[in-house]
Design a protein around this ligand. Sequence first.
Ligand SMILES: [Zn+2]
Length: 127
Amino acid sequence: MSCESEQYMSLMNKVLDQEATKQEEEALFAHLAVCDECRVHFNELKTATELLRRLTHPHLPASFTKNVLDQLPPDKRHAIRRWGSRHPVLTTVALCAVPMSLVMIGTRRQWKEKSGYALVKMSGDQT
Ligand SMILES: [Zn+2]
């Protein structure tokens, strides 16, 4: 980035983290209106920040549990409902583990694709 106004870099992060004052926010947006380079960079940061927010807080539809239960045979459905109402904390943890695992697998896959390799075998390690 060749824009000489380095102060705007930290200001962008402050604004995206919602920690900037009204004046700081106005100063940044005034600069973005005249600096193409910073505007492009800010939009990239904003997109990345929104993606990260979605990754760390996966939103399940309110009907998720009902949809899963509806697809089970009736006898199993009652057993799971009973178990779920007796162990609400474990049920919540189990339901959160599925989307979190998918997010972690997706993130790992993206990282592997970006870095080109994931494992480097060192010769002479085995003694
Ligand atoms: Zn700039």
